[in-house]
Ligand binder design. Structure first.
Ligand code: PEP
Ligand code: MN
Length: 341
């Protein structure tokens, strides 16, 4: 249940009202906007007298939320959420609320020259963030599993050279202690419903890039975000990365309709991964542009200096040159959408 307080209601009065609500067995989450305060009631609200609340002199509106997610719900937080991340030299990078986050880099960190080279190239082309996996979730235990801690060190070096904030995947909460230099923690598609991991990351203060599971619904993705937010972490970026269907022409099916759906239901930024969605490098630029046209707040795209020899996901990785021309197009798409890069 969501309660919009009257504009101009005094903070002290709202506080007393909150205490009364909490006595009825619910937790109250308070969101203070510029002109209005909105209260989100978490817990069993079935015993709360809605009509009685509506009659209260401080209350403007009471909304029973049908959706099972509250903190992630746009009803609870009407304005778009913007995630701020420290960039080079004291600058701040934004994702959401009119700012496109462009995250680029290889699927996996493979060595110093590779990661520093790709990082420098994507930075020059205009990327805002560097991606690169150090701990890789691979279908086969015999495939390259990532360089682990060494990969993280190399990402740190690429960050020092380029200033690009880092995005990398965490698969086990024990890895958090070596994630000091990481700016955005990725929870991959395979872990979207690892509720134990989500609960732990709810207590972490770094932003989370939460990828949609390939057999998960839009509502399930929002419920996964709710797990993180229930723990107190409200810096969540949602990512559509393709879902499973019957057609094997592409690696997955990019569900672009999830972008407007998620943005309607939630205030959280939504980005798109055209690389894992299609699995085909030649298709990536078209779908990246389509994502921005569909209202996405950014893209995460795999870029490799030598896709043919990549240790992971070479077929879907674009070259730094292709990324450069994609960036030129995205600037035009961003301008049409009224968004900054
Ligand atoms: C990745 O980003 O490299 C990755 C493994 O993504 P996903 O979890 O979407 O498959
Ligand atoms: Mn990959």
């Amino acid at each position: 249940m969501i309660i919009a307080m009257k504009r101009g209601a005094e903070a002290a009065e709202i506080q007393n009202f909150t205490v009364l609500l909490e006595k009825q067995g619910v937790r109250v989450h308070c969101s203070q906007g510029t002109s209005q305060t909105v209260l989100g009631l978490v817990g069993d609200t079935t015993g709360i007298d809605e009509e009685g609340l509506k009659a209260h002199h401080l209350v403007e509106k009471v909304i029973r939320v049908q959706e099972p997610y509250k903190r992630a719900n746009r009803l609870f937080h009407p304005e778009d959420t913007r995630i701020d991340i420290a960039g080079p030299g004291g600058t701040i990078r934004h994702i959401g609320a009119g700012h496109l986050g462009i995250i680029a880099g290889p699927c996996s960190v493979e060595g110093r020259d590779q990661i520093v080279g790709v990082a420098s190239a994507v930075q020059k082309a205009g990327a805002g963030f560097l991606r690169g996996g150090a701990f890789k979730p691979r279908t086969s235990p015999y495939s390259f599993q990532g360089l682990g801690c060494e990969g993280l060190d190399l990402l740190g070096e690429a960050k020092r050279v380029t200033g690009l904030p880092l995005v990398t995947e965490l698969m086990d909460i024990r890895q958090l202690e070596v994630f000091d230099q990481v700016d955005i923690i990725q929870v991959g598609a395979r872990n979207m419903q690892n509720f134990t991991l989500l609960k732990e990351l709810g207590h972490c203060r770094k932003p989370i890039l939460l990828k949609r599971g390939y057999a998960c619904t839009v509502t399930e993705l929002l419920m996964a975000a709710e797990y993180l937010m229930a723990g107190g972490n409200d810096r969540i970026i949602l990512c559509e990365r393709g879902i499973r269907s019957f057609d094997s022409y592409t690696r997955n099916i990019l569900d672009l309709s999830a972008v407007p759906a998620l943005k309607k239901q939630s205030h959280l930024p939504v980005i798109v991964d055209p690389s894992h969605a299609t699995g085909l490098a030649w298709m990536v630029p078209a779908m990246a542009k389509a994502a921005v046209a569909a209202g996405a707040d950014g893209i995460i795209v795999e870029v490799h200096n030598d896709p043919e020899r990549a240790l992971c996901d070479g077929e879907q990785s674009i070259t730094p040159e292709a990324f450069g021309s994609l960036m030129e197009s995205l600037k035009k798409y961003a301008a049409i959408e009224g968004k900054s890069l």
